[in-house]
Write a protein that binds this ligand. Sequence first.
Ligand code: COA
Length: 320
Amino acid sequence: MTGRICGTGSALPHLLVTNDDLSKIMDTSDEWISSRTGIKTRHLATEETTTGLAVEAAKKALEDAGITAEELDLIIAASVTADYLFPTLSCEVQGAIGAVNATAFDLSAGCSGFLFSLATAQAYIQSGICKKALLIGAEVLSKIMDWEDRSTCVLFGDGAGAAVVCADEEGIRSIIKGSDGAKGMALNCKNRPVNNPYQKNQAELSYTYMNGQEVYKFAVRTVPQCIEEVLQNAQMNAEDVDYFIVHQANIRIIEAVAKRLKQPMEKFPINLTECGNISAASVPILLDTVNRRGMMHRGDKIVLAGFGAGLTWGAAALTW
Ligand code: COA
């Protein structure tokens, strides 16, 4: 038995903010953002919450998979911007959709969160612990951005993606993941400071910090390596792959991956132009877009790859 992705869903906030819109509130330009990243617009939450977006994506994924919430025995949500420290986002979703037979927990692995969730669900399925899992990547990153730091806030967006993974004969052929905690501070956001009767701190809010060039170098080195490794494990060649669904952070990173794998950009669907980087939600949202456009057919070979805070990375090779 292996895990097969049998349904996808996604949800985006209604507000679409262009690069030109941002240039009216900070010292930036469409030319700077699009030439360095490929990003043109991003959806930003106004009334929407991380939970609300996650629930909408989850319901659509269940409908696409043709199963009920009661059939789920596992829910994993990956997010760095859940609405509550507790209860977890996954428990909130469980309550909202009525998945009464599922165990729900959250997983934090930055932008690799969806790949780490998929690896965890795969281990549960292969060991017989569960048969039907709901995986969610959901972020409202705009709440942890410093809107006075133009080098980070223009890159990110908000949204949620979900996938149902069921035990089946065919599906995931190989999945790998890794982390390098020694480089973690290259992309960080502090939690609340200690504040108790014995250690008084002025409760200052912390926002996302990124060393863009360090993260860029990490991504262009690590992503092709982990894709090559997962393909080798799955006994596949890059030429066999129909689509590479790669974390959407920067078009130049994706172009570098395509070049290293000697594969045409047509095999790399893109939504960062519209959505920017949505961390753990990026891969499942793109997967849902490609699925709903009818671009993938049963038997197609797909590679998923993520990278990000931690630093972390992961890749999966699967049959659709
Ligand atoms: N608008 C206009 N100018 C900006 C700007 C903005 N939004 N943000 C930064 N700048 C300026 C800088 O202040 C700097 O000016 P200076 O030379 O006068 O000091 C200049 O542009 C160059 O900045 P730099 O950081 O060197 O640009 P870069 O070519 O490295 O591109 C990134 C920056 C962030 C686009 C790039 O490093 C990157 O994509 N890194 C990877 C990020 C990533 O993938 N993160 C997600 C991981 S999950």
